[in-house]
Design a protein around this ligand. Structure first.
Ligand SMILES: [Zn+2]
Ligand SMILES: [Zn+2]
Length: 380
């Protein structure tokens, strides 16, 4: 393996012209090595840095530097994989970036950054993209539903920006998210139920959180589909014409705040243990990417009980039979109970998106879209 790597790195000059993936591949490996040095410095600050730089501030800066380096290495590795037929350099660069990201997240916990914020996945944009992307990009490639769809499908930049923005606005979002739950906690005395739930086994608590949040999510989601003013916000989430692991990130800021705030109420008021909440957040973090992903697995044995990509893809379908169905994100049971269940055997929707509406392209245009006066299109 090393011989192969060295051979690729020492490829003759005439065999590595601009655009052959050699430069990006080599630089991605360099970025990976730099990231490992930064991780080592962070882990053993006394050994590697002068005492006066070993304080908290140095750690903050090195964290930022580390994330930037990891992101650059990851991007370059992907570029090299696209360009280079042999893919050796890109593969090594990618492996370094992923291992680096995992190591750095372990380290972040060790130095006391709260696990909660990690699992909320908001201030860890780079690591999120790398870990989730590394998991889903190969899955979508090897088991695709739509085989002709590539990683860099149209409008991927927009969706990556959505991902970035919700990472950057962590403070505002967590404040808004916890506001309704705080209100409930200060207005009602839930001591009895809190004591009862807090005493249940861990797994049972996680399952109850899933049921409770999905029940709230079901109705909030359904109201977003039914009330015309709210639909204008939610139509942004539905505007994507191609679904993959990144597509679920597309959601209007206001909708994120409302949806997260209301679904968080049972989670933060009913006395669940912190570990159960963290486990749920970790589950949901992968699960929401999964249900949007372009993974075409046949999951017949579970799809009646748990939401699968096919179930949620139907929710995004633009044909008539796919309108206003499958609101649940964990348990199809709720759609079955409330009369919105639709899952034809072995069939996927033909097209995704919103029929008859012109949702604009780009984050900022989509941001103001719901507030603008609706243009009447003739013939609608
Ligand atoms: Zn929807
Ligand atoms: Zn969706």
């Amino acid at each position: 393996m090393w011989k192969l790597l060295v051979k690729e790195l020492e490829r003759p000059r005439d065999k590595r012209p601009f655009g052959s993936g050699w430069i990006s591949g080599t630089l991605s490996i360099l970025a990976g090595i730099t990231a490992f040095c930064l991780i080592a410095i962070r882990a053993f600050p006394e050994t590697f840095t002068m005492p006066e730089f070993a304080g908290v501030h140095a750690k903050d800066y090195s964290t930022i530097a580390l994330r930037v380096v990891l992101a650059i290495g990851y991007g370059l590795a992907l570029l090299s994989l696209l360009l280079d037929r042999r893919k050796v350099l890109g593969f090594f660069g990618l492996a370094l970036a992923v291992i680096g990201a995992l190591l750095s997240s372990v380290d972040a916990e060790a130095i006391g950054i709260s696990r909660q914020s990690l699992y909320f996945g908001l201030d860890y944009f780079v690591i999120n993209v790398i870990v989730i992307g590394f998991l889903f990009i190969p899955l979508e490639r090897f088991f695709p539903h739509k085989g002709d769809q590539t990683v860099f499908r149209p409008e991927w930049e927009e969706d990556l920006f959505y991902y970035l923005v919700s990472s950057m606005l962590v403070q505002i979002l967590s404040f808004l998210t916890l506001a309704p739950a705080n209100f409930v906690n200060t207005s009602f005395d839930l001591t009895d139920i809190r004591t009862y739930i807090g005493g249940l086994p861990f797994v049972v608590q996680v399952i109850i959180i899933m049921f409770a949040t999905d029940l709230v999510q079901y109705w909030v989601h359904r109201i977003f589909h039914t009330v015309p003013f709210l639909w204008r916000f939610h139509s942004i989430h539905h505007s994507t014409k191609r679904l993959d692991w990144l597509a679920g990130a597309r959601m209007h800021f206001l909708e994120i705040a409302i949806l997260r705030g209301l679904t968080a109420v049972p989670m933060f008021t009913l006395g669940f243990k912190a570990e159960a909440i963290q486990a749920y957040l970790l589950v949901v973090y992968f699960y929401s990417s999964f249900v949007h992903s372009n993974v075409g697995w046949n999951l017949k044995f579970v799809e009646r009980w748990l939401v699968t990509p096919r179930f949620h893809h139907w929710h995004h379908g633009s044909e008539r039979e796919a309108i206003d169905i499958n609101y649940a994100v964990h348990f199809p049971l709720f759609d079955w109970l409330f009369g919105t269940y639709h899952l034809p055997e072995n069939k996927w929707p033909d097209k995704y998106g919103v029929a008859g509406e012109d949702v604009p392209r780009g984050y900022w245009r989509q941001f103001i879209y719901p507030f603008q006066k609706k243009k009447i299109t003739p013939g609608e």
